[in-house]
Design a protein around this ligand. Sequence first.
Ligand SMILES: [Mg+2]
Length: 197
Amino acid sequence: MNRLTARGTAVAALAGLALTLAAALPAQAADSTVTEAQWLSDVAAVTGPAQTYVDSRAAANTSGAKQAIVLDIDNTSLASYFEGGYPTPATAPVLALAKDAHAKGVSVFFVSARTNLIDVATKYNLTNVGYTVDGLYTRTLIDIASESVADFKTSQRKAIEANGYDIIANIGNNTTDLTGGYADTTYKLPDYDGLLD
Ligand SMILES: [Mg+2]
């Protein structure tokens, strides 16, 4: 292979790699230019498989075990970044997933880094936009001062499972929603490199 051919091959390989990366990472590459329509499309790409999984787990639950899903609130259950306001509108694909889960006997628990000082407002918001709130777990001032968001959220899931529930799926838009275990599976919604908290 002469030098020109080798260079051409290398350029072609790099172009191929770039195309592969672009196809694999459309959401993460979108950054702050992402539109609400793109966000909802990216969310639905995750909630679709999540719903299929929840449905299959619920159908297989012939023993009547207590099943649950855990949802983050901001930029997961509610469109906090793209819509905001109060009450903040639901994220439609996540609301559809929650309604489907609830209809199949799966409890829906909300675990959030929000302060418990606004629990009444938070619960009203979730209910007003269509969610059934089987449980709301938010941070006391002591929680906020004493542990990380990830550790808080993990401790709440641990408590939910200690109450006899099997958390079959945990859905959130940040890794701090999802690390630490106490869920059979996790589903990561987009955060666009921290744009959506
Ligand atoms: Mg969030």
